[in-house]
Design a protein around this ligand. Structure first.
Ligand SMILES: Cc1ncc(COP(=O)(O)O)c(C=O)c1O
Length: 442
């Protein structure tokens, strides 16, 4: 059953909470959209959230880390914009593109907790953002980029290309031998021990899709600031973050992370339109970065081209947004995804996702035939849960679960595990069903 926005807000607890405790629930925000206050996470509320998705009921979808199913407000916005574009593409585009992209960027800035949208680029995906940033950085031959053995293909391949293009050296630190017994101190120490005098960039991933480990980005940022204090501006180490598996789950803002580049697709845990992503860059980061794809959002470059002038001004989000015509209806509907998450409440999303992941991990850890690879602590994990079933390869495990209509995936790394990703679309009952099916594999 589909709910309209007001019904959704009511069912997620907003109106009840306002009546019961006189919270600020239902207040208009500055942008004219209603807020939802935090209420105790009862199942009826989460049922209302589930109803926003058009997911088939005959599967248990533990796959939010992969690609989003659009919730109702996002689906409706895409449809609305598609109809307008189909009816009058040139006139609608010319009249509305700037305003609607601006709304998506403003919503992103609010969600990221940053001041204004000047430093946010709009991209198609995490991979696009990573490629543009690491290959756009002004690096000299002999400079070093430090990443880890545990990062994803998108980071490693972007850095390999940067190294071919610029002659930079890429080092891969080993952060742990066993993800189950890792500590925050160990992660920070191993990284900082690997920093050398020519290190200019640290290229990391917030939540690893290989094991589900979440790294302590804030602490790493602090440690880097201490090293950078003694360095000239151009020699400071920039912290780049593939943030996709924390974005839309963790209740943490960009300033709290302290990174220089926050690069994420919006089409996974955030449930944004497929084919959308963002990059936020710090002023120090953008200063050392050049765009690769001409921007259609940057008046400075286009105006200069028209006038035959030199391009002036620094790199910023608009200049880093790759131009060309887009699936505009998806870029414009992105604002709705941020509102959807804000209406539910970031803290509640984080709490709910962690609670379901913890239930799953505790159940798996108690099974003698299962080896869990994701740390139990909330500080070192998020929504991704990775494990192996003894005597059964990961593909076979995923196939056996698929026969039971449970959607799990295999980690796309040299060492492969089975991966489940419970999210706000799932219930505790579904986690129990999944655990029972995994138990039956033993
Ligand atoms: C860590 C990580 N980064 C990036 C990606 C790719 O994201 P996108 O589809 O937004 O490029 C994935 C997996 O799909 C991933 O696991």
């Amino acid at each position: 059953m589909a709910l309209d926005r007001r019904e959704f807000l009511v069912r997620t607890g907003c109106v009840l909470a306002a009546a019961a405790v006189g919270t600020g629930c239902g207040r208009e925000r500055a942008d004219g959209h209603a807020t939802v206050a935090t209420t105790p996470a009862g199942d009826p509320e989460w049922e209302a959230v589930r109803e926003q998705f058009a997911l088939s009921d005959d599967y248990i979808h533990m796959s939010a880390l992969y690609v989003a199913s659009h919730p109702q407000p996002v689906r409706e916005a895409i449809e609305r914009y598609r109809r307008e574009l189909d009816a009058n593409p040139v006139v609608y585009l010319n009249a509305n593109n700037r305003r609607l992209v601006g709304e998506s960027l403003a919503a992103a800035a609010r969600y990221l907790g940053v001041d204004g949208d000047r430093d946010i680029a709009i991209t198609d995906s995490t991979t696009m953002g990573i490629g543009l940033v690491y290959n756009g950085l002004r690096l000299e031959p002999g400079d070093e980029v430090l990443t880890t053995e545990h990062d994803y293909y998108a980071t490693h391949e972007a850095l390999r290309l940067a190294s071919e293009r610029k002659g930079v050296r890429v080092r891969h630190a080993v952060l742990f031998e066993d993800s189950r017994s890792v500590s925050e101190d160990q992660l920070v120490d191993r990284l900082m021990e690997s920093v050398g005098p020519r290190t200019r960039v640290m290229a990391l991933t917030w939540v690893h899709s290989s094991t589900g480990l979440k790294i302590p980005v804030g602490r790493i940022g602090e440690a880097l600031r201490r090293v950078n204090d003694g360095r000239a501006e151009d020699e400071r180490i920039l912290l780049g973050l593939d943030a996709v598996h924390g974005f839309g789950v963790e209740d943490v803002t960009v300033p709290e992370l302290g990174c220089d580049f926050f690069m994420a697709g919006c089409h996974k845990w955030l449930f944004g339109p497929r084919g959308t992503g963002i990059v936020w860059g710090s002023p120090a980061g953008w200063r050392r970065c050049l765009a690769t794809v001409p921007s259609f959002l940057d008046d400075g470059t286009h105006e200069a081209w028209l006038a035959g002038d030199e391009v002036s001004g620094r790199t910023d989000g608009a200049r880093m947004s790759p131009g060309g015509f887009k699936p505009f209806e998806h870029q414009w509907a992105l604002a709705e995804a941020f509102r959807f998450c804000e209406d539910i409440g970031r803290a509640r999303i984080a709490e709910r996702t962690h609670a379901l992941a913890r239930q799953l991990k505790e159940g798996l850890a108690a099974m003698p035939h299962v080896r869990l690879h994701t740390p139990m602590q909330a500080s070192l994990s998020s929504g991704i849960v990775c494990f192996e079933v003894q005597g059964m390869g990961p593909w076979e495990t995923v196939d056996r679960l698929r026969e039971k209509h449970i959607v799990a995936t295999v980690t796309p790394y040299a060492t492969r595990y089975v991966r489940l990703a419970p999210s706000i679309r799932n219930t505790a009952g579904e986690v129990d069903t999944v655990l029972a099916e995994i138990h039956a594999l033993g």
